[in-house]
Write a new protein. Sequence first.
Length: 204
Amino acid sequence: MEQTVAKSPIMLYTEQTPNPETLKFVTNKMLYRGTADFKEAETAEEWSPLAAALYSFPYTKGVYISSNFVTITKEFTYNWTDIMLPLKEFIKNHISEEKGIVLEGYEAVQKEQQTKALEAMSYSGNEAEIVIKIKELIDAHVKPAVEMDGGNIEFKSFDNGVVTVILQGACSGCPSSTITLKSGIEGMLKRMIPEVTEVVAEMD
């Protein structure tokens, strides 16, 4: 006699983020082992059935998927009180019905683009070593904290002492991200790597 394994029900709750326009929808299921940031409907259509479906709502401005959560940025003309419950229900159903989250191949394409961007800058010698150190510090100390707030940070470039990072998810457009960037990230990098003079952010 065949045994059927009962699927555990999808649990979903919301968490505030430092960005008032962004809410984190956390589930009890792994959604995507990586980071997927969809700033516009076109990219979502190409790579993420979940993000594409969320973009069908007029109030969706951005979708960020990582680990066991989805971070949604809304248009400022809408209130969370009106749209939070329908969104929760919608995400829950999408996951329960095992519809696609992020398509295979997305991560490879992203990595390729990042590698090309870094290669185009062609760091060498001492500068290449500094870039490796910067990336390691961001990955080990900054990313985990930022992820808790429903966002992500990626290294973009290092030029004449200035580190440029890309802010994604809840961090993008967040009023408090500038403070975090200057007091937290910039302070740490300057302490650990004397060659760093400033950290600036680019909204992805």
